[in-house]
Unconditional design. Structure first.
Length: 453
């Protein structure tokens, strides 16, 4: 008898709790879907500030602007963290053409971030096409020396998750130049990381390996890569010309921007929600990652507007320099360690502001299982993919401290249409989808805060 009473009490308590949670989550969605301000903030960031590559004026303006937005929302503490960042500049617009006999056909390229310039007169050489580093190695110095290597392995269009397709192709962009230089190449041209067939080069970061000569490298549009490949089959002796004037300037001072609301019961337990404020120089950086930044600010704005007083400390972080250095994310984790801060969870939104699907996590089984129990509450909002996955680049360094890393996971089908290309503008972002993402993150923050990990 006694047992039954206890059981009944327990059941009604947990049902009550679940009820109240679902009501609060409903309110969070209502607030953001009807009064959300993320799109307004994104509009300013995209249209009034625009490109925000590390070290640029745009990046500095974005720091001041997002700080001001957070202050105006009345977040309890808004502060900057100093961080030195790489300062790479593109210089003049690149030119490139394919030359066969008397014919010259211009093709769109964009220098890869971190690349050196070509000589002022440009580089003209024969081209050798490869699909991967194994093919390059098999060709060896004899076939590669003095040539421009075309890395032309497309993103695999058959992958359902486009991030997997990206992951399967992006080593050409990151390491292609140094791989090619090992065999004496004079330049590296890399097929753009997109499944679209279009004329926009998609830039992105690259790194030179130590002990290998540095050669200039650029992304070519997918149409350009297809044309060059086709023409090479007809005339393997054709020449490719490219010219770029990018350079790496000395490191520049910059900042992460942090806003927080202190917890009422466990202020020492911190939950981070963030995105990266820097963006490539070719576009407005609306999807990558203006969306993640404004969604993160919106999380705290909405919780505050609803009068939800978190038990734990909630922090919004605009990380600097994800694109070409990750200095901001690294600095944030270093400071957290120095200051003995305990971060129980960190959520990053850096996969675009598209329709939410769920969250991917990096952590222990015990940590992850504490979040998967929220599936029944969140699936009503189409958040159905909640489980092990990938967190995010900026929050990655916090993983060493045992923080549960959570990556917000939107639909991935269109992200690489815009990624690192001039098409990544405000117009690429749908306001409702953006708000749904912010609401998803706010709902999860609410649950993580209430129940801990
Ligand atoms: Zn990004």
């Amino acid at each position: 008898m006694k047992k039954i009473v206890v059981l009944l009490l327990f059941c009604s308590f947990s049902a009550f709790s679940q009820d109240s949670d679902s009501l609060v989550i409903r309110k969070i969605y209502n607030e953001i879907l009807s009064k959300g301000e993320a799109y307004k903030t994104l509009t300013y960031l995209s249209k009034k500030i625009g490109p925000r590559l590390s070290g640029s004026d745009g990046a500095a303006k974005a720091v001041q602007y997002t700080k001001k937005v957070m202050e105006e929302y009345g977040f309890e503490r808004v502060f900057l963290q100093d961080v030195m960042v790489p300062h790479w500049v593109r210089g003049q617009k690149e030119t490139a053409f394919i030359e066969t006999g008397k014919q010259k056909i211009n093709v769109p390229i964009a220098a890869l971030g971190g690349s050196i310039a070509t000589p002022i007169a440009g580089i003209k050489a024969e081209v050798i096409e490869v699909k991967n580093f194994e093919e390059l190695e098999a060709l060896g110095t004899e076939k590669v020396k003095g040539k421009i290597v075309l890395f032309n392995r497309p993103m695999d269009a058959t992958k359902i998750n486009t991030f997997e397709a990206y992951g399967g192709a992006v080593n050409q962009r990151g390491n292609g130049a140094s791989q090619a230089a090992k065999y004496g190449a004079v330049g590296a041209i890399v097929r753009s990381m997109t499944t679209l067939q279009d004329d926009n080069p998609h830039t992105g970061g690259m790194r030179y390996a130590t002990g290998v000569p540095m050669i200039p490298t650029a992304a070519i549009s997918t149409n350009g890569a297809n044309l060059l490949s086709k023409m090479l089959k007809e005339n393997p002796k054709l020449k490719f010309y490219f010219k770029q004037s990018c350079e790496s300037l000395p490191d520049a001072p910059s900042h992460n921007v942090v806003g927080e609301i202190k917890g009422t019961e466990k202020p020492d337990e911190i939950i981070v929600v963030g995105g990266h404020l820097d963006s490539w120089d070719l576009a407005e950086g609306a999807q990558d990652d203006g969306a993640g930044c404004v969604q993160s600010i919106e999380v705290l704005r909405a919780l505050k507007a609803l009068g939800i007083k978190p038990k734990r400390t909630i922090r919004v972080v605009m990380f600097m320099n994800e694109e070409n250095g990750l200095r901001g994310g690294t600095k944030y984790a270093d400071l957290a360690k120095q200051n003995n801060e305990k971060h129980i969870a960190a959520i990053e939104s850096d996969n675009g502001g598209f329709t939410p699907r769920g969250f991917g996590m990096v952590g222990t089984d015990a940590q992850i299982s504490k979040v998967t129990v929220y599936k029944n509450l969140l699936s009503a909002y189409d958040l159905k993919e909640i489980g092990r996955g990938s967190g995010g680049a900026d929050i990655g360094p916090l993983g060493q401290q045992g923080t549960l890393l959570i990556g917000f996971k939107p639909d991935s089908q269109r992200y690489f249409d815009f990624h690192h290309a001039k098409t990544d503008t405000l117009e690429a972002v749908n306001e409702r989808e953006l708000n749904l993402g912010a609401a998803s993150m706010a709902a999860l923050v609410y649950l993580l805060d209430k129940y801990g990990l």
